[in-house]
Design a protein around this ligand. Structure first.
Ligand SMILES: Nc1ncnc2c1ncn2[C@@H]1O[C@H](COP(=O)(O)OP(=O)(O)OP(=O)(O)O)[C@@H](O)[C@H]1O
Length: 260
């Protein structure tokens, strides 16, 4: 079980920017800091997929970077099965697979070499790594371009490769930032099936998206962030019936409008 409580993260603003702080975004203080994430809480149990939603700039990527321990929060806690991830972020990273916005692939290596490289960094043995690569190539349907250099791959191919790299070491927590960006319909379907397969593995998976149909299809639980705060956290059923209509789009818009 992943439990995130009251996370907060602020960024130092350049002097000129803080002078021009606007009243429009409540996170924009006149104190020289931008309070990107102010109070975010949610949980995700093994076998659950949690969707992180919110308007552009709401704080989703920052929250996922905090969760992955790439960024250190100013306040709040993150526990995985009762273990405090922030107490030992280096050890925590061994158990986390984090797909960030950038693919982070080495252009001169082939798709397969990239995945193998990251597997070796995680200390996987050659036999285990081969088995795992074969499995990922099958699941993500990557055979066609496995031997192509990463800098010659299409956007969608790169994204599949980046996802394979993220999960090569069979992490106990999977965090994906907008994983279907740039994927065509067929590739997105392969990826959505791949995400769904984590339910059977009982590995908690958290992903951000702007696509409500993906949430509808995959998620057990949803966290909606607005202006750096959790505006809604609950099950899909709770979200659907929030405003009386079963429509996800209406529910999402209602949560955002209510929060201001
Ligand atoms: N390093 C930083 N320094 C200053 N501000 C930052 C920094 N990183 C993020 N922000 C600001 O924090 C806010 C939240 O950004 P974040 O990338 O988390 O949003 P998001 O919800 O992922 O948005 P999107 O849906 O557009 O990807 C934005 O206003 C962004 O400009």
């Amino acid at each position: 079980m992943i439990e995130v409580r009251s996370l907060a993260k602020r960024f130092r603003l350049p002097a000129r920017a803080s002078k021009h702080a606007t009243a429009r975004d409540p996170r924009d203080h006149h104190d020289g800091w931008f309070h990107a994430v102010r109070d975010v809480s949610f949980r995700c149990a093994p076998g659950e997929v949690l969707g992180l939603l919110g308007p552009n700039g709401a704080g989703k990527t920052t929250t996922l970077r905090l969760l992955s321990t790439a960024l250190k929060p100013d306040a709040g806690s993150i526990h995985a099965n009762g273990v405090d991830l922030l107490a030992n972020p280096v050890a925590a990273r061994q158990h986390i697979g984090f797909l960030s916005g950038s693919t982070g692939l080495y252009g001169r290596l082939t798709a397969r070499e990239n995945i193998e490289y990251f597997g070796r960094l995680h200390g996987m043995s050659p036999a285990y790594l081969k088995r795992r690569c074969d499995e990922l190539f099958e699941l993500l349907q990557m055979h066609e371009f496995g031997n192509k250099r990463a800098d010659q791959l299409s956007t969608g191919m790169k994204q599949k490769c980046a996802i394979a790299r993220t999960v090569v070491h069979e992490p106990q927590i999977v965090i994906l930032d907008e994983p279907t960006t740039g994927l065509d319909v067929m590739s997105a379907k392969i990826l959505l099936d791949f995400i769904a397969s984590y339910k059977a593995l009982r590995v908690p998976l958290i992903f951000s998206t702007h696509h409500l149909h993906e949430v509808e299809k995959l998620c057990d639980r949803v966290c909606i962030i607005n202006h750096g705060r959790t505006a809604f956290h609950g099950s899909m059923d709770e979200l659907r019936h929030l405003g009386g209509s079963a429509d996800l789009y209406d529910a999402f818009v209602g949560v955002i409008n209510q929060g201001g």
